[in-house]
Design a protein around this ligand. Structure first.
Ligand code: 13P
Ligand code: SF4
Length: 380
């Protein structure tokens, strides 16, 4: 969170909100939504709790939420019910120079109701580590021919790194299109921070596993690779992962297939290759929802992504039989930090003119990160 200048004025201390019942919190949040109307935009990621999703104006996967933040012209404040990198991305897009100029120089606050809502995967790649990797790669190969691609689950600083080096951002919804864009311009890709999304996507595009060395930022030299492995690489994969999606295992797929031979296994591309290989379909959270919505009644699924989304799909699609792929609870503890108490506290402070938890990316970082994000939004 080092690049964000965050206002944390506690005009209303949070503690009293924690003791309120959900009904009261919901009523108070709704009152502010009614009073602010279109001036307030509450965005909710699919992994949020149901009570929070119910109070969001728009819900989506990280690609859709970025696009919505980029497109909205009505709102005067965004409250992001998601995690820190998503709020940073919304700030960069909603407060890009042309939009600020349209508003006569006014920035809009982008608020993350709980600053502790981070992403452990995003924390697995730091700017200094990526710069060190870039420099070491440059001692073995020509980095002018390497395209840096960062998954949107990364700090604004890493998006800015990509912007500075002609690179691009991807989400799980457009990773294949982004890699195609990258390979149309350069022979190699450095993909961070999620090795699984990078590997799963590149494999499906025909890149061989042997051409995808894993870069361990903790290794003393060349990320733990030989110079030859780097020279023969096409995609250098950062050694990062999602602690939620790594809980889904190939054995879970086998168990479901044995019990229900007709079952469809549907997983997020942050799952390991061995799980994705055994699945019937792979997709972003938005794509997972679409596939379920479009399936005929009576379809039987086992879904490998965050628990709140799978439970919501179960409730919203009683005509289908939906199972959670893992026997263990896999939930994103940081997404879960956004609750009604934090949302109410953040909104009442906003309405009182004393916004809290404002995520503001510094101007230089935002300018370079915007370049990489705009390239992403232009890739079809
Ligand atoms: P989506 O891009 O599919 O919304 O996923 C974001 C995420 O954090 C998944 O773990
Ligand atoms: Fe990050 Fe994983 Fe949570 Fe997504 S589910 S926000 S990748 S920790």
């Amino acid at each position: 969170m080092s690049v964000a200048a965050e206002s944390t004025t506690m005009t209303f201390p949070l503690r009293p909100y924690k003791s309120l019942e959900n009904e009261e919190l919901t009523a108070r949040i709704q009152k502010i939504r009614d009073a602010m109307g279109k001036r307030l935009l509450i965005l909710g990621h699919h992994y949020q709790q149901d009570e929070v999703i119910a109070l969001s104006d728009l819900r989506g996967d990280s690609y859709r939420l970025s696009a919505l933040a980029a497109a909205n012209r009505d709102c005067q404040a965004i409250v992001f019910c998601g995690v820190h990198f998503m709020a940073e991305t919304a700030d960069i897009l909603a407060n890009r120079p042309e939009r600020v100029a349209e508003r006569g120089g006014v920035r809009i606050p982008v608020i993350l109701p709980d600053l502790a809502a981070g992403c452990s995967m995003a924390d697995m790649a730091e700017l200094e580590q990526v710069e060190d990797c870039w420099q070491q790669l440059g001692e073995v190969i020509d980095v002018a021919d390497v395209m840096p691609v960062t998954y949107v689950n990364s700090s604004a600083q890493l998006k800015a790194f990509c912007g500075r080096h002609g690179g691009i951002v991807c989400t799980s919804a457009n990773a294949a299109a982004v890699l195609q864009w990258a390979f149309a311009r350069r022979s190699r890709v450095l993909f961070f921070p999620d090795q699984h999304l990078g590997r799963n996507t590149a494999l499906r595009m025909g890149v061989a596993l042997e051409q995808m060395p894993v870069w361990d930022p903790k290794a003393p030299e060349l990320g733990g690779n030989s110079p030859e492995a780097i020279r023969s690489s096409r995609v250098v994969l950062w050694k990062g992962h999602c602690s939620v999606h790594q809980m889904f295992l190939p054995a879970h797929v086998d168990q479901f297939r044995e019990k229900y031979p007709d079952i469809k296994i549907l997983v997020h591309p942050e799952c390991m290759k061995e799980v994705v290989d055994k699945a019937d379909a792979v997709g972003s959270t938005g794509a997972i929802i679409r596939m379920v919505e479009e399936a005929p009644p009576g379809t039987r699924w086992a879904i490998g992504t965050e628990l709140h989304l799978v439970n919501r799909l179960k409730r919203e699609h009683p005509e289908q039989e939906i199972h959670f792929l893992s026997p263990i609870v896999c939930m994103c503890a940081t997404m879960y930090r956004i609750d009604l108490a934090h949302l109410c506290w953040a909104l009442e402070n906003l309405a009182a003119g004393t916004p809290v938890n404002v995520i503001e990316v510094d101007a230089e970082t935002a300018a370079y990160a915007l370049e990489a994000l705009q390239r992403m939004l232009e890739v079809k």
